[in-house]
Design a protein around this ligand. Structure first.
Ligand SMILES: Nc1ncnc2c1ncn2[C@@H]1O[C@H](COP(=O)(O)OP(=O)(O)OP(=O)(O)O)[C@@H](O)[C@H]1O
Length: 353
């Protein structure tokens, strides 16, 4: 439904988005995630038609809408945008805001569509209210209803939760996901907050300095990050130094770390051919706290999280070899204590050191 093929975007000849390629299927919710200035909004604006591309092409429902030679006007793309500040009209009431784009409908059709959308976003009785009298979360839903009113092929959401309280964000992200799925609308969201991305998106693209590093599900990004940047940006974890140990035959290669010795898959043997020093990604869920384990690790730091405590643990008392461990919070251990751990590592994610 949305295809970006090798697109670049520049301002005053300075390239800020480089050779980005990804696709979104019909009904899917995608998310562009990355630090400030990495080019997320520029990509969104190019899809909406507010910014030209300097290379590559963008297609919507199989029709090219942007390339170096093509530029279909924004209002011809069937794309709706929900902006960061919601951009609701203060002089119109909620119903009038939602009906704003429905130029070709009769009064009765408009009223019916407004009722439908207010029900969809869970605010059935506020059509007569003015937008300044609504909470941030309600304004967000009205902005969403207004964008969906015209039945866009694609909805673009630019940092839609950034002006809301942190506690509200994740709940609202899940609500909005449910509303979009119910309406069957394809959507692309921009955020720098991974929790919002996880709560809303089917596919997430991680961007760094204008480059799309990985376009994948949240599960794949967390468990199969393509590089150290994605590994560090998504979720928590530490990189544990390891050394490759060659045995007699070329397909019998192991890696030695302070957590033990692991064998490599055939694919990893090819990938790390010739390397000697490797970093192994260890996530907090790879390390299980077990009071009965003889394998002890030293508590270097701890962060109370309510239901859990996140421990940073040094292996063999070596502060350069630490792992994180999320333990139930009644396992309350002090700094400097040695606690038992067990490994629950399903697969090894490694990078060249
Ligand atoms: N109109 C413009 N003219 C010149 N440079 C621009 C313009 N808009 C954005 N940029 C630059 O392009 C780069 C990418 O900006 P963009 O807004 O796409 O990033 P972003 O990832 O959305 O950032 P943020 O999360 O801070 O909104 C930045 O270096 C920014 O300064």
């Amino acid at each position: 439904m949305l295809d970006l093929n090798n697109i670049s975007i520049a301002y005053d000849n300075k390239t800020v988005v480089s050779e980005v390629t990804f696709s979104l299927n019909s009904g899917e919710i995608g998310c562009l995630l990355g630090p400030s200035g990495c080019g997320k909004t520029s990509i969104l604006r190019a899809i909406a038609g507010f910014e030209p591309v300097t290379q590559g092409e963008i297609a919507l429902r199989g029709t090219q809408v942007a390339s170096v030679d093509t530029h279909i006007a924004p209002d011809k793309r069937k794309v709706a945008v929900v902006f960061q500040d919601f951009a609701l009209f203060p002089h119109l009431n909620v119903a009038q805001n939602i009906a704003f784009g429905l130029h070709h409908s009769s009064g009765k059709e408009k009223a019916q569509r407004v009722d439908e959308l207010l029900a969809l976003v869970g605010l059935p009785d506020i059509g007569e209210r003015f937008t300044h009298a609504l909470s941030g979360g309600q304004q967000q839903r009205v902005a969403l209803a207004r964008a969906l009113a015209v039945r866009p092929d694609l909805l673009l959401l630019d940092e839609p939760f950034s002006s809301l309280d942190a506690e509200l964000r994740e709940d609202l992200a899940q609500d909005i996901r449910r509303i979009l799925k119910q309406a069957g609308t394809s959507a692309l969201l921009v955020t720098h907050d991974q929790h919002e991305a996880f709560a809303m998106a089917d596919k997430i693209g991680v961007l760094k300095a204008g480059h799309l590093l990985q376009w994948a599900t949240a599960y794949q990004l967390y468990h199969r990050p393509v590089d150290k940047f994605v590994a560090g940006f998504i979720g928590q974890g530490t990189l544990l130094p390891g050394q490759i140990i060659m045995a007699d035959s070329a397909d019998d290669i192991h890696i030695k770390t302070k957590l033990g010795v692991f064998s490599l898959t055939k694919e990893q043997i090819t990938q790390f051919a010739g390397a000697t020093n490797i970093d192994v990604l260890v996530r907090p869920d790879d390390i299980v706290h077990d009071d009965n384990s003889q394998n002890l690790a030293l508590v270097m730091s701890r962060a109370f999280k309510g239901a859990h405590i996140l421990y940073e643990l040094a292996l063999h008392d070596d502060p350069s070899a630490t792992v994180l461990c999320l333990a139930p919070s009644h396992h309350d251990h002090a700094l400097g204590e040695r606690i038992g751990i067990r490994l629950d590592l399903k697969h090894l994610v490694m990078f060249n050191a």
